[in-house]
Design a protein around this ligand. Structure first.
Ligand code: HEC
Length: 505
């Protein structure tokens, strides 16, 4: 019998002869780094990598149950939360892991910036890192949409309306994003494909390259005031720093990476256990307007900025600011690829980080309680004009309350006050018969959401009774249905099916 140890060694040799991965792996693990870089300040990149792996693993587990269909997504999350063993924990870890990942990637980026580590020869490593940040945010946004609850639904609506403001190609862009003119079945499939295939594929490839470059170019040395980076001398200086006075990455620096990553994983687990899974909030429903859609943590600041910005500055801000920010980040190492690395010699850089950090922090904090800039209840606070209630029966007055509570006036004016998306209702009874009104309200259509599921038969009866009293200032004759006497439609007849709200408007 061959001893186990020998056969394991034999297997290793067999594989190594064919793959040749062992030697470079050992070299990578033991490559010398500057002694000063085996530091607690250099642990964020590896922690982000560990979180990425955590997200991939928990994401695959979630995908086993999640149903990317507008009708079933919300239900499948309820299933995970309540029925499937530990489903809630996997959801919670994935949700909190995402928040941690955004935070760690940002901290990593600030650290690299402050230490001047983006300078020669690590320019491309930084540029890949900028794309990694954008993809991480892309994952956070698409993930939030997959939750497909009220927040996701309205957040997406706001995202789409922001996109639609892009000059010329705004319309087609929204169409491509939503998979149609409205948030519907196609929308969720698109976001699922983005969140599960497209972005993760790119993210893993970019992260692999990024890490490869870190290994190839070596870990950045601890900056010293006065030690200037110059393309002519850097390589030789770095070589001296690592070969003469370096330490092996494993174990000198690696143990700190491992301890920090473990602490982060434990923090994610603690948040997941104590605070539980994130959502889903209420079922998505365009007929429920008493909602304050709130994005996830990473995007709160954008909403707060929009809430405070005067309306006419919104569009320029939305399109100019991100372009400027991304171009500036990408161009940074190409413009400032040489020179001082130490923060004490780079006051403008330090000031910039401080200002951006304070601004983001403040807006994120404000984002937890500012009144949101689409004010969804804009018109529903307006009382129904008294003239419309005079001499009405109790049923008709009840109908006026339904109209008020269901916030029809967000889109329809009464007495000149109300939204303009739908026609004013002051003389609706002159234009429409009872049947037509019922059909319009229950089935929606023409950009009005269907209220079939949101109104009880009694509410519908009262609402229509009230609408029938709205005959305009000169009390026009009620609309009549020419075919009525022939076909004998009963007035309470309802359409057999109301389309699902998510797809109806
Ligand atoms: C999201 C905006 C919106 C909301 C909320 C809304 N509607 Fe509408 N409504 C519309 C639009 C847009 C039309 C025009 C439809 C068309 O052109 O076919 C319309 C049409 C109508 C019509 C037919 C009007 C006409 O002159 O043709 C009636 C009646 C009506 N809505 C009643 C209601 C009632 C009652 C409610 C509350 C339960 C309500 N709507 C809520 C947008 C809305």
């Amino acid at each position: 019998m061959i001893p186990l140890k020998d056969s394991a060694a034999g297997l290793y040799d067999w594989l190594e002869r064919r793959l040749g991965l062992g030697k470079p792996a050992i070299e990578a693990a033991e490559h010398p780094i500057p002694r000063s870089s085996a530091s607690w300040m250099y642990v964020f990149g590896s922690a982000a990598t560990v979180l990425l792996v955590l997200q991939v693993v928990t994401g695959i587990l979630l995908a086993l149950t999640y149903t990317p269909s507008a009708d079933e997504a919300w239900g499948s999350l309820q299933l995970l939360n309540h029925d499937i063993t530990l489903g809630w924990l996997i959801r919670a870890i994935h949700g909190w892991g995402s928040d941690f990942m955004v935070a760690i990637v940002l901290i990593h980026m600030v650290q690299v910036f402050m230490f001047g580590a983006y300078k020669y020869p690590r320019e491309l490593t930084w540029i890949l890192g900028v794309f990694l940040l954008l993809m991480t945010l892309g994952m956070a946004f698409t993930g939030q949409v997959l939750r497909f609850d009220q927040d996701a639904y309205w957040g997406l609506g706001i995202g789409a309306s922001i996109t639609s403001r892009v000059p010329f190609i705004g319309g087609p862009m929204v169409h491509a994003l939503l998979g149609g003119p409205i948030i519907g079945a196609q929308t969720l499939s698109r976001f699922f494909a983005l969140h599960v295939f497209v972005i993760p594929g790119l993210l893993l490839a970019f992260a692999g390259l990024h890490i490869l470059m870190v290994l190839r170019l070596g870990v950045n040395e601890w900056p010293m005031p006065g030690r200037i980076v110059s393309k002519a001398t850097y390589d030789r200086e770095y070589h001296e720093l690592t070969e003469k006075d370096g330490v092996p990455f494993l174990p000198d620096a690696a143990w700190k990476d491992a301890v920090f990553a473990a602490a982060i994983l434990l923090s994610v687990l603690a948040c997941a256990l104590i605070l539980g899974p994130i959502g889903p909030g209420g079922q998505p429903d365009p007929t429920i307007i008493q909602t304050a859609p709130k994005p996830d943590f990473a995007f709160l600041w954008i909403y707060a900025v929009l809430a405070y910005l005067p309306a006419d500055l919104e569009t320029p801000f939305l399109f100019i600011a991100p372009v400027v920010a991304i171009v500036a980040m990408l161009a940074l190492p190409l413009i400032a690829g040489e020179g001082e690395k130490h923060w004490s010699r780079r006051p403008i850089a330090v000031l910039m980080v401080a200002v951006i950090g304070v601004a983001l922090g403040t807006f994120t904090h404000l984002g937890t309680y500012v009144p949101w800039s689409p004010v969804m209840e804009a018109w529903s606070g307006e009382v129904t004009p008294a003239a419309y209630l005079k001499d009405r029966t109790p049923l008709e007055r009840q109908g006026a309350i339904v109209l008020q509570n269901k916030q029809c006036r967000n889109c329809h004016a009464l007495g000149g006050v109300g939204g303009q998306r739908g026609p004013a209702l002051d003389a609706i009874a002159v234009r429409m018969t009872e049947d037509q009104m019922i059909r319009q309200v229950l089935q929606g259509g023409g950009n009005m959401p269907a209220y079939g599921k949101a109104l009880s038969p009694a509410e519908t009866r009262a609402l229509v009774a009230f609408l029938k009293t709205l005959r305009g200032p000169d009390n026009g004759a009620p609309a009549t249905d020419a075919s009525r006497s022939l076909t004998q439609i009963t007035p309470t007849e309802k359409p057999a099916t109301a389309p699902a709200p998510a797809e109806a408007h």
